[in-house]
Design a protein around this ligand. Structure first.
Ligand code: GLC
Length: 724
């Protein structure tokens, strides 16, 4: 049973320690090293780390796992150093530790915060049992840049959906509040801020963003994570309007501390402090440290300027001693809140060493909820390819992902190396015991199998090694040869479905018109094969919706739903009307819109109805709100879940507003013929916007608002709300 210490006990402990710490010990608390130098430049060697721990010159270690290993290192700090301050162990537990869940972008496609929370709970319990106290997650970089490999770690292009999901993930990792619970870990809101806006989708690249876009698009998920109690924040590699985030006092001090009153700890990202030199901000390591610490970075990951230059800078008056104490206090407070002073060791006998049955069930159920049915045409005979007919005597499974276990995706935890993901072939053979499930390697054999089978599943996609960090792709189509395979299968003229795996939106123009059914499976994790089979066979009716726009061509990027209208928008009725904003050489608009996703049943959503068509600024200012009611009905003959979405558009405002902004959604499970009403509440948070005032000025203005509701961001059913 965990004895809860009150905040006062923690503060008293911190004050007492601070009063007894030497400068070297204080600087040491702000140093984090990586356990294995193979993890990258600057990673500390094992012996150096052990000595630093023993001598109290170290605050944290990342990339060490296993209760035995972490306990051994912890003993050096706790039992041999002068003050016995425990280390805090961090790791990138992004979508699973032993049990790999679908990648975060897939989880966002579920539009279900419970999915993110469940991943957080299972991951935290597994990781904490292995000695990990702190995960560098959730990543909440709003991103409409599918060329960026790290879109896989994000929740997509919408700030509202990202905020809902990442706050849920924080709760999953930490519980309702950070505590000494041995099944929880401290979370980390990253990358602060606007990493998803990097030019060209290239990692570490320039972000030049107006204050209004920073505050309306990139910051809301961080504020939601802070409101959910996130224990730490990680600075981002990019510049923000010319100032690197690691030395950006507007972000790290003015917004985070002064405006949001945040008292958690800020950690640098990898060698982000060192990189201030390459950015052209700092002259050398000492200058980089001075600027990063001065702007608001508390702990330095991997590069070691804090311990190399801290003492000298302090003596020269270049670092404020009060700033040093503030940073050290945050580190000590984090450790105290996690219970590390009272229980610094992992319970080795309780260490979880593999995915449990319940965890496997959770990731399988989660994955099925993330698979997006992009297309499922109905043939002339009224039949559609999916779900696979139970009467099919034979199903052919072909393509590079038919037997692939490469379903864990980027940033998968230690489990990915030890526990193979279930494959599509395995999943289908288990799901269709009475059906002959054929598998063929190579194209010629595949086509022969297609000819023989009643129906075919073509499993294609991008491997996880070209997804994630430092994996930007200029061409986001399927890897070489896969489109050709799909066209070959189509030429046989028999029914087939394409299952696409990947860590980002992929362009499909080369083959999509020839494919009657397409299921986008992302990288679905440990139980990916089973989850894909559950959906292909109809055991699970797909309900996922795209959290990010799928362009027709990479040449259209950036292409996102919540865009400004421009003074000359392309005319939807005739997009080629000249002298308007469109491309000459590609059909206007996305291949699949934000919020798109089909079901095996048919839903009908009605026009939104407002509880009132007018509300005053005064009422809004006093917390008043308007209810939007949207009727939804299952008009088909199988049960299913619809995600009803509500979008807002301010027709005229002092800063032009996106043509639509998601401001509410609800998952509704309906039996055939059943109807429900979804109610979304709109208040000042949904009707206003931040302007370009760097001090932060939120405005709600009078005017007419279009309120749209439906099954995706192209919904036309709408009504009008007047703010007076
Ligand atoms: C990486 C990533 C960051 C991660 C950190 C530690 O470069 O940018 O998201 O948490 O280093 O692995």
């Amino acid at each position: 049973m965990t004895v809860e210490h009150t905040a006062d006990d923690h503060l008293e402990l911190v004050r007492d320690l601070l009063s007894r710490m030497t400068v070297a010990e204080k600087l040491g608390q702000l140093q984090q090293l990586s356990w294995n130098s193979a993890t990258g430049p600057g990673g500390g060697e094992t012996e150096e780390i052990e000595n630093a721990a023993r001598e109290g010159r170290l605050g944290s270690v990342l990339n060490i796992t296993g209760a035995t290993h972490t306990n051994a290192l912890q003993r050096l700090a706790v039992e041999e150093s002068r003050l016995g301050i425990p280390l805090i162990f961090g790791l990138d537990v992004i979508h699973g530790y032993w049990t790999t869940f679908p990648i975060p972008l897939a989880q966002a496609a579920s539009w279900d915060p419970a999915v993110a929370e469940r991943d957080g709970e299972v991951s935290a319990e597994e990781a904490r049992s292995a000695g990990v106290h702190w995960t560098f997650n959730p990543m909440m970089d709003v991103c409409h840049e599918p060329r960026w490999g790290r879109i896989a770690e994000s929740a997509g292009e919408d700030p509202y959906l990202t905020a809902v999901l990442t706050a849920a993930k924080v709760r999953g990792y930490q519980g309702p509040a950070l505590s000494a619970d041995p099944r929880k870990v401290a979370a980390c809101a990253k990358h602060f801020a606007a990493d998803g806006g990097a030019e060209g989708g290239r990692d570490y690249n320039t972000v030049d963003v107006s204050e209004q876009r920073l505050r309306n698009v990139y910051l809301p998920p961080f504020k939601a994570a802070l409101d959910a109690g996130v224990a730490t924040v990680m600075a981002s590699f990019n510049t923000v309007s010319g100032v690197p985030a690691h030395a950006n006092s507007h972000l790290l001090t003015e917004v985070l501390r002064q405006e949001w009153k945040y008292d958690g700890m800020v950690v640098s990202d990898w060698t982000g402090v060192q990189e201030l030199i390459a950015h052209g901000l700092a002259e050398d390591g000492a200058d980089a440290l001075r600027q990063a610490l001065g702007a608001g970075v508390d702990m330095e990951m991997v590069s070691t300027h804090i311990t190399e230059h801290g003492e000298k800078l302090l003596a020269a008056g270049a670092i404020d001693p009060a700033r040093l104490d503030e940073a050290v206090s945050r580190v000590l407070l984090l450790k105290a809140r996690l219970g590390l002073f009272t229980a610094p060791y992992a319970e080795e006998s309780a260490e979880i060493t593999e995915p449990g049955a319940e965890a496997r069930r959770a990731t399988r159920e989660t994955a099925a909820r993330t698979l997006v049915l992009l297309k499922n045409e109905t043939a002339a005979n009224g039949a559609s390819v999916l779900p696979l007919p139970a009467t099919a005597a034979s199903v052919a499974v072909v393509g590079p992902f038919a037997l692939s276990t490469d379903l864990h995706g980027t940033w998968a935890g230690p489990g990915a190396a030890r526990f193979a993901a279930t494959t599509v072939l395995e999943g289908l053979r288990e799901a269709l015991p009475a059906t002959e499930v054929l598998y063929a390697e190579g194209e010629a054999e595949a086509i022969a199998a297609v000819r023989e089978a009643d129906v075919t599943v073509v499993a294609v996609g991008e491997p996880s090694e070209i997804s994630g960090e430092a994996s930007t792709r200029a061409d986001i189509s399927l890897p070489e040869g896969q489109a050709e395979l799909i066209r070959q299968v189509a030429s046989v003229g028999k029914p087939f479905a394409v299952v696409v795996f990947g860590g980002r939106p992929l362009t499909m123009e080369e083959w999509i018109d020839e494919a009657p059914a397409v299921l986008f499976a992302w990288h679905p994790g440990l139980e990916g094969g089973h989850a894909v089979a559950d959906v292909l066979t109809g055991k699970v009716n797909p309900s996922a919706k795209l959290p990010v726009t799928f362009p027709r061509s990479a040449g259209q990027i950036p292409l996102y739903y919540n865009h400004e209208n421009t003074g000359r928008p392309a005319d939807p009725a005739d997009p080629k009307v000249p002298f308007r904003s469109f491309y000459l050489d590609v059909e206007h608009g996305p291949r699949f819109a934000f919020g798109h996703g089909l079901s095996y049943t048919r839903f009908e959503t009605g026009a939104p109805v407002l509880s009132r068509t007018e509300i005053s600024l005064r009422e809004l200012g006093e917390g008043g709100s308007v209810e939007v009611t949207v009727p939804v009905r299952n008009a088909g003959d199988v049960a299913g879940t619809e995600v009803v979405q509500v979008y807002v558009h301010a027709r005229a405002a002092s800063i032009v507003q996106p043509v639509r902004r998601l401001r509410g959604f609800a998952r509704v499970e309906l039996a055939p013929g059943q109807s429900e009403e979804v109610v979304v509440r709109l208040d000042s948070e949904d009707l206003g916007f931040w302007d370009n005032d760097p001090a932060g000025n939120y405005r709600v203005e009078t005017g007419a608002f279009d309120i749209y509701a439906g099954t995706d961001s192209t919904a036309t059913a709408h009504t009008t709300l007047h703010v007076v």
